[in-house]
Design a protein around this ligand. Structure first.
Ligand code: FAD
Length: 477
């Protein structure tokens, strides 16, 4: 009897432990993807992620066609759909790779129990992480709350196992009713806002590997110096590919280690990069042990924080019209491409929660809808970190100055010029604080503040004082 392979956030055929186990049964394999938008509730994929999912599923379906077993697409709550498809094809076994989102843990445990009760072999695998959340504990058998000791413990373990090769064929021959990808309407049509996404990305397994190889060849050596520079392509941009599982962290680890061995000069840069990859593991560790992180402020004193409720300020932030060029560049990069550089994510995050004094959850929500790499673990842990209320968070009183951050990390202003074209002719010296530029400089650059580009929505030094005063009110709590 056939074996069901349930694809989720592991949209690849190589180094896919569940697919390899399904093939090992020696029976026909039925590959299945279920679009389950009910169970995750507010954490169903947002707009940019849905666009990505469409492209990625098309690439996976093509790969599976070539290998011999067409992908079956079904929509609905997985808890009903998976057992129903298993029953319809007479499956003797179902395999999948584990997710760690709280909604998925509960659902998948129920599905496993249901299948087993029907006499179907149901087995989950690790295809998503280098170390599962329960695999790394402190000496006192507790989960880690701080990254540095977590990283130390991670390094003390044996290195991750080598990735599995891609299968040469997937035995097919069993058909099941399938919906069509186009009927799911995951890509925008009216209006079609995805042209910037199409220009920036090649979703799918081949695109992920091309991105990884290009990064290792051209940018790994410069990673330590350039990873904080949004004006260069200094980072890998693998985050959406990792989120959707088009490349596994084990494949990224192995390819990076191979590069480090082949070119001894990049040894230290390689470790810097792998350390970032392990931040992703740490976010999953936190989410698994503290599943309330996406909703609940970690440090309880912050639950009484006097956040403001200012829809206009929030609208200026989302639209990239705050009057602070590096903030606006980041928010527009996000809107256009579905991605934002990590340094700028920290700057815009700090600006939202400290300069504008708006709740971090508002930022988390916006990112959730607009990021192609929107990831429950990374997004919620990072927002709490930025807001100063998370595990291992930056202290709240360390408030980023958006002008000096821009000057330091975008010294020539190239990043701002790319995303805020109305400032394209501003000289580097004034581009991060146009309101301080002499009138003749503004005129020369064709900038009319308040007309072609907004005045700052807040005065940073006053906003900083306001944020610190707000923090004083909860400090003792
Ligand atoms: P690289 O520097 O090339 O790093 C390689 C990989 O390591 C990344 O692809 C990512 O998987 C992981 N990584 C790197 N930095 C971090 C980090 N700080 N935390 C966790 N993992 C990391 N990342 C997401 O994947 N999804 C999110 O929804 C997300 N939301 C964020 C929200 C905020 C407010 C902030 C400050 C950060 C967020 N990040 C998120 C983390 C980080 O910004 C991105 O992972 C990174 O910018 C991706 O770019 P890259 O692939 O070029 O990274």
């Amino acid at each position: 009897c056939p074996t069901l392979m349930w694809f989720r956030s592991d949209l690849r055929v190589a180094d896919n432990p569940a697919l390899a186990a399904a093939i090992d049964h020696g029976h026909p394999v039925v590959p299945l993807f279920v679009l389950d938008e009910e169970t995750p509730g507010a954490h169903a994929p947002g707009g940019a992620a849905r666009w990505w999912l469409h492209q990625s599923l098309r690439a996976l379906a093509d790969a599976l066609d070539r290998l011999g077993a067409p992908l079956v697409l079904r929509r609905g709550p997985a808890e009903t759909v998976v057992p129903a498809v298993a029953a319809a094809v007479g499956a003797g076994a179902v395999h999948w790779n584990r997710l760690y989102e709280p909604w998925a843990n509960d659902r998948d445990a129920r599905i496993k129990a249901d299948l087993r009760a029907r006499g179907v072999h149901a087995e989950s695998h690790n295809g998503r992480l280098l170390a599962e959340p329960w695999g790394i504990k402190t000496g006192a058998d507790a989960p880690y709350k701080v990254f540095t000791p977590y990283w130390k413990a991670f390094r003390a373990r044996p290195e991750p196992e080598a990735p599995l090769p891609a299968p040469e064929r997937v035995p097919g021959g069993v058909t099941a009713d399938s919906e069509t990808l186009d009927a799911w309407g995951l890509t925008p049509t009216a209006p079609d806002w995805a042209h910037g996404l199409r220009a920036a990305w090649t979703p799918g397994e081949a695109g992920a590997h091309a991105r990884l190889n290009a990064f290792l060849e051209t940018s790994l050596a410069g990673y330590p110096e350039l990873r904080n520079r949004p004006d260069t392509a200094g980072t890998s941009r693998l985050s959406p590919h990792l989120h959707w599982g088009e490349v596994s962290p084990r494949q990224v680890w192995a390819a990076t280690r191979a590069r480090m061995a082949a070119e001894p000069g990049v040894e230290s840069a390689g470790w810097d990069f792998l350390r970032e990859l392990v931040w992703r593991e740490f976010s999953y560790h936190l989410l698994y042990w503290w599943p309330e992180i996406p909703e609940t402020t970690w440090k309880s004193q912050f639950r009484a924080f006097p956040w403001r409720d200012d829809a206009d300020a929030y609208a200026a932030w989302t639209a990239g019209r705050t009057g602070y060029p590096v903030v606006d560049a980041g928010m527009r990069e996000l809107w256009a491409t579905g991605w934002m550089h990590n340094r700028v994510r920290m700057i815009v995050g700090s600006f939202l929660v400290k300069d504008l004094l708006l709740p971090w959850q508002w930022g988390e929500r916006w990112f959730w809808d607009t990021l192609v790499d929107a990831d429950l673990a990374n997004n919620s842990a990072s927002w709490q970190w930025v807001a100063g209320c998370g595990a291992d968070a930056a202290p709240y009183f360390r408030i980023f100055n958006p002008v000096t951050q821009g000057q330091k990390f975008d010294p020539e202003g190239g990043y701002v010029r790319t995303w805020v074209p109305e400032l394209a002719r501003m000289p580097a010296k004034h581009i991060h604080a146009p309101w301080q530029a002499p009138p003749q400089v503004l005129t020369g650059a064709g900038v009319r503040l308040g007309e072609t580009y907004p005045h700052p929505v807040v005065d940073h030094s006053a906003a900083r004082k306001r944020a610190l005063a707000a923090f004083e009110t909860i400090k003792g709590g």
